[in-house]
Design a protein around this ligand. Structure first.
Ligand SMILES: Cc1ncc(C[n+]2csc(CCOP(=O)(O)OP(=O)(O)O)c2C)c(N)n1
Ligand SMILES: [Mg+2]
Length: 667
C-alpha cells in the first residue's frame, strides 16, 4: 500500500467535490451530492479490491472509491456537467450515479438499497463460476449509507448472502443521518452493527471510517474473508457528512453548530495529512506541492470537460431496449402425428430444451426445485436433469428473486426466474421498475439484464383476490420490458424460447386457467430452430362483421361467443394478441379495415386496463375505418372474489361478450 497514492485519491475526491460545488453555483449543473468525510474508508475499500476483477455496487457518495478503482476526474465531471461521453450513463442519470463497464462497476440507480440484492446475485455468479478446487474468489463490494439499512432489500440481501456464504462485503458508510433523520430514528439503539447478529456466518466489523489505516485493516479483513470463500461481512464504518445531504439540502435546519464542528474535527483528510507527516511519508512542503498539483489537475480537467458537447437530442431514445431485431424464423408446423400437449408442459419443454443448449441458463424461484417442480409443475424435473445449481429454490422473497436475477444477468448468466403468482410480484416492483428494465438505458448500453420472469396470472380459477390478478396493464407502462401472454401451448413454447434467447428483460405471463385445458393444447414442432417472434398476434377465428381484440383466457370465451353469434348471422373475427409489448397493431388495423367494428376485451379492471391503450390507438389511427364507437368489455372495477357466483359477476363472461357484440353490430 502506497500511503501517498491513498492520500492523492482522497484529496482528489475532496477537490472534485469543492470544484463541483463552485460549478453548481455558476449554474453549470443542476445537482451535487458529495463524498466529503467518507473518503478514507472508500479509498481503503478500493485499495483492497482487485481492479477489473472484483465487482463494486456503489452508491452516490462513492466517488473516492470509484476513483480508486480507475475512474478519472474527467469521468466524474462529464456526468456532473451532463456531457456526452459520461461513462456512467451518457448523462442520462443525475450526477454521482456511478458506473463503469471497464472497472466492473455496474450502473447504480437512485432507489436507496436496491444495489444490495444485485450484489448478492453478482457474488452468486462468482460462486457458480468457481471450479471445485478454487481457493480464491472475486469479491463483490456493495455500499450504502446507514439510513438505507432500514430497507427490506438490505435484510433480504443479508439473508441470501448468509444462506449461500457468498463472497460479498456490505460496506455501510455510517454518517449518522439519512438526509435529516438521525440513526436513532431508524431503529432501536441507533446502531447498524446489531443488524448482523441474526444472520449466521455474517461477520460484523466495526471501524472508524475517518481513520485511513484502521479502515485499511477493516476492509482487508472483510475482503480477505470473502476472497477465501469464508463468507460475507458487514462493515459498519463510522464516517462524517461534511456537506449537507445534497446541494438541495441545508443541514443547519436540523443539526446544531456544535455537532457540525465535532464532525469537522474528524475530517479524514486532516487526519490523513497528520498521519502522513507523522510517519514522515512526506514533508509539509511536499504535501503542499502535492495538494497544489491535485487542485490544478482538477481545474484543468474541469475546463476540458466544460468544452465537451452535451449528448444530442437524437440519442434520447437509444437503448431503451436492445437494437437486435426480432428473429426472422420460418413458421414451423408440428408433425401431424405429434402428441397434443398442455400449455404448462410446453413451458416445461421450452425450459428444459433451452437449459440443454445454454449452460448459463438458471431457473429459480419459490418451490421450483426438486420433486415439487413449481406449484404448477412448470419446472418439474429440471433439477433432476440439470442439477441443483441450475434449478434451485430462492428464499421466499420476490425482491430477492428479481434483484439476484439482475446480478446474475450482469455476470452473463441467463436467469429465467419464476414469480409464483402475479399477485405477489408487487414486492419486487422496485427491482423491476427502477432496476431491471432501466439497466440498458441508464447505463447508455454499457450494461444489460436479459432476464425472463415467468409469472402465472389471471382469474377464472376461484383464486380470490390474491391468486387471480391481471398485471399486464401495470407492467406494459414500463419502457424496456417485453411482455407476452400466450393462449395456447404452441405460442407459449415458441415465445418462451425467443424470450430466453433474447437480449431484453421479458415478463412472460402464463394464464393459470389455461395451464391444463384441453382446448389450449397444441402439437409442438420438433425442430430446435423453432421460435416465435414477439410483437406478432394471430387471427384465432376469421370473420367479417366485427373484430374482438383480446388475449389470454378470453380468447376461448370470445370463440364461444362467436359461435353463438354465428347463429344470429353475425360473423366475428377474433384476434389473439399473444404479445402485449411490443403490440401487433398492424394485425388490429387490418382486421378493422375489414370489419369496421372493434370490441376490445380484457379480463383486468376496465378502468386503465391494457384494452384502454388498444382503444386509444384505434381511435387515434383507425377512426376513418370505423362504423361504430370502439367498445370495451372488461372486468368490473373490483377485486376478484372467491365464490363462484361472485367471481362470475366480476370477470367477463360469454354472455356479456355476446351482448356487447350485438350492441356493436346494431349500432
Ligand atoms: C427508495 C428511496 N427512498 C427515498 C429516497 C430519497 N433519499 C435519497 S438519499 C436518502 C437518505 C439516505 O441516507 P443514508 O442511507 O444514510 O445515506 P447517506 O446519504 O447518509 O450517505 C433518501 C431518503 C431514495 N433515493 N430512494
Ligand atoms: Mg447516512
Amino acid at each position: 500500500m502506497d500511503p501517498i497514492r491513498a492520500y492523492r485519491l482522497m484529496y482528489m475526491s475532496r477537490v472534485l467535490d469543492k470544484k463541483m460545488g463552485n460549478l453548481l453555483k455558476q449554474g453549470k449543473s443542476f445537482f451535487h451530492i458529495g463524498a466529503m468525510g467518507h473518503e478514507a474508508v472508500q479509498v481503503a475499500a478500493g485499495l483492497n479490491m482487485k481492479v477489473k476483477t472484483d465487482w463494486l455496487f456503489p452508491y452516490y457518495r462513492d466517488q473516492a472509491l470509484c476513483l480508486t478503482l480507475g475512474m478519472t476526474p474527467q469521468d466524474v465531471l462529464l456526468g456532473f456537467l451532463g456531457k456526452a461521453g459520461d461513462p456512467s450513463s451518457g448523462s442520462r442519470q443525475m450526477p454521482q450515479h456511478f458506473g463503469h463497464s471497464a472497472y466492473n462497476i455496474p450502473s447504480s440507480s437512485s432507489p436507496t438499497g436496491s444495489q444490495y440484492l444485485q450484489a448478492v446475485g453478482c457474488a452468486l455468479a462468482t460462486k457458480m463460476n468457481a471450479k471445485k478446487s478454487q481457493k480464491e474468489f472475486e469479491v463483490t463490494v456493495v455500499c450504502s449509507g446507514d439510513g438505507t439499512t432500514s430497507q427490506g432489500d438490505f435484510h433480504e440481501a443479508l439473508n441470501w448472502a448468509s444462506r449461500d456464504a457468498l463472497p460479498v462485503v456490505f460496506l455501510i458508510e455510517n454518517n449518522g443521518y439519512a438526509i435529516s433523520v438521525p440513526l436513532i430514528e431508524q431503529r432501536a439503539k441507533g446502531q447498524v452493527g446489531n443488524l448482523a447478529h441474526g444472520y449466521h456466518g455474517l461477520e460484523l466489523i466495526e471501524v472508524d471510517g475517518c481513520h485511513f489505516a484502521e479502515s485499511m485493516a477493516a476492509m482487508k479483513k472483510a475482503i480477505t474473508r470473502a476472497r477465501r470463500g469464508e463468507g460475507p461481512s458487514l462493515v459498519d464504518a463510522s464516517v462524517v457528512r461534511l456537506l449537507p445531504h445534497s446541494s438541495s439540502d441545508d443541514q443547519r435546519k436540523y443539526r446544531v453548530e456544535e455537532e457540525l464542528a465535532k464532525d469537522v474535527k474528524r475530517d479524514p483528510i486532516d487526519h490523513m495529512r497528520a498521519w502522513l507527516l507523522e510517519g514522515k511519508y512526506l514533508s509539509k512542503a511536499e504535501l503542499a506541492d502535492l495538494d497544489k498539483a491535485i487542485e490544478k489537475e482538477v481545474s484543468d480537467v474541469a475546463d476540458e470537460a466544460e468544452a465537451v458537447p452535451p449528448p444530442t437530442a437524437e440519442t434520447a431514445l437509444l437503448y431503451v431496449s436492445s437494437e437486435t431485431p426480432e428473429p426472422e424464423v420460418p413458421q414451423i408446423e408440428a408433425k401431424p402425428d405429434a402428441q397434443d400437449i398442455v400449455l404448462v408442459d410446453a413451458i416445461n419443454r421450452a425450459l428444459d430444451e433451452e437449459m440443454r443448449t445454454n449452460p448459463k441458463m438458471l431457473v429459480f424461484g419459490q418451490d421450483v426445485a426438486k420433486g415439487k417442480g413449481g406449484v404448477f409443475t412448470a419446472t418439474r424435473g429440471l433439477t433432476e436433469k440439470h442439477g441443483i445449481n441450475r434449478c434451485f429454490n430462492a428464499p421466499l422473497a420476490e425482491s430477492s428473486i428479481v434483484g439476484v436475477a439482475i446480478g446474475l444477468a450482469l455476470r452473463g448468466y441467463k436467469p429465467v426466474a419464476e414469480i409464483q403468482f402475479g399477485d405477489y410480484i408487487w414486492t419486487a416492483m422496485n427491482q423491476i421498475r427502477n432496476e431491471l428494465v432501466t439497466m440498458r438505458y441508464r447505463s447508455n448500453n454499457m450494461f444489460a439484464c436479459p432476464t425472463v420472469l415467468r409469472v402465472p396470472v389471471g382469474g377464472y380459477i376461484h383464486g380470490g383476490l390474491c391468486h387471480s390478478q391481471n398485471i399486464e396493464a401495470t407492467f406494459s407502462h414500463f419502457p424496456g420490458l417485453k411482455i407476452a401472454l400466450p393462449s395456447n401451448a404452441y405460442d407459449a413454447y415458441g415465445l418462451l424460447k425467443t424470450a430466453i434467447r433474447g437480449e431484453d428483460p421479458v415478463l412472460f405471463l402464463e394464464h393459470k386457467a389455461l395451464y391444463r385445458q384441453n382446448f389450449a393444447k397444441s402439437k409442438l414442432p420438433d425442430d430446435p430452430k423453432f421460435m416465435l417472434p414477439f410483437g406478432r398476434g394471430r387471427v384465432a377465428r376469421p370473420g367479417t362483421d366485427l373484430t374482438i381484440i383480446t388475449y389470454g383466457a378470453l380468447v376461448y370465451r370470445s370463440l364461444e361467443a362467436a359461435r353463438l353469434l354465428e347463429a344470429d348471422d353475425v360473423s366475428v373475427e377474433v384476434l389473439d394478441l399473444v404479445s402485449i409489448r411490443p403490440l401487433d397493431f398492424e394485425l388490429i388495423r387490418k382486421s378493422i379495415a375489414k370489419t369496421s367494428r372493434a370490441l376490445v376485451l380484457y379480463e383486468d379492471v376496465k378502468f386503465m386496463g391494457f384494452g384502454a391503450e388498444i382503444s386509444a390507438q384505434i381511435a387515434e389511427s383507425c377512426f376513418e375505418l370505423l362504423d361504430a364507437p370502439i367498445m370495451r368489455v372488461a372486468g368490473a372495477d373490483s377485486p376478484i372474489p372467491y365464490a363462484q357466483q361472485l367471481e362470475e359477476a366480476v370477470l367477463p363472461q360469454v354472455k356479456g361478450i355476446v351482448e356487447g357484440a350485438k350492441k356493436l353490430v346494431n349500432y
